[in-house]
Write a protein of this length. Structure first.
Length: 201
């Protein structure tokens, strides 16, 4: 992956201290703005230095953090949101409509969350909260590029540090990344464990 992005680097293992430090050790603890997680997440996406700056994810989708927040939290259904170039022409024609992303209201997402929470409760596990669902949905769009590089800069690899500064302008998206982590951990309780493979070279 990094070779394709033009980086000349090798993979390395982190220390046990890094492992046990968890997310707090890499990006710090989640933040609250006015005592509210969602307000902190909104600030990171809509009021930070990089919020309104265009960026292009490796899947070819160009957007802004503020546009992605709007799409997930309060979509305007009369508006056309950014899409990958291979799925929509510059004139707005969808070449592969079945692969284009569709706006869903937060109410629709909360209804889906309620179904998952019913199953989690039956199994005796903690339930999802709306902020975790928002964060998980944001991660499935182009924002994954910013969240990943905010974590990978901890490697101190010059290529990744430079990419973080260029894409995020110092914004670590701390609270959102903690919410993504929590969402994945909770939903993993409903996932059947199977063997997966990851190539190194």
């Amino acid at each position: 992956k990094f070779h394709m992005e033009g980086a000349n680097m090798e993979m390395a293992f982190g220390s046990l201290d890094l492992f046990f430090g968890g997310l707090d050790g890499i990006i710090g603890p989640p933040q609250m703005v006015h005592g509210n997680l969602r307000t902190a997440m909104e600030f990171d996406h809509c009021q930070a230095d990089d919020s309104h700056k265009n960026f292009t994810a490796s899947n070819g989708l160009t957007s802004t953090s503020a546009a992605e927040w709007e799409l997930v939290v309060a979509p305007n259904f009369d508006k056309s949101y950014p899409e990958r170039r291979v799925f929509r022409t510059p004139t707005g024609e969808e070449t592969q409509p079945d692969k284009c992303r569709r706006a869903k209201s937060l109410k629709q997402m909360e209804e889906l969350m309620a179904e998952k929470n019913e199953r989690l409760e039956e199994l005796g596990h903690g339930k999802l909260i709306t902020e975790e669902v928002i964060a998980g949905r944001l991660y499935t769009g182009p924002m994954y590029e910013k969240y990943n590089v905010a974590l990978r800069k901890a490697s101190k690899a010059p290529f990744l540090v430079e990419k973080f500064e260029r894409l995020c302008l110092g914004n670590t998206y701390t609270t959102t990344i903690h919410a993504i982590n929590s969402c994945v951990i909770k939903l993993s309780k409903l996932t059947q464990a199977v063997k997966v493979w990851r190539g190194f070279k």
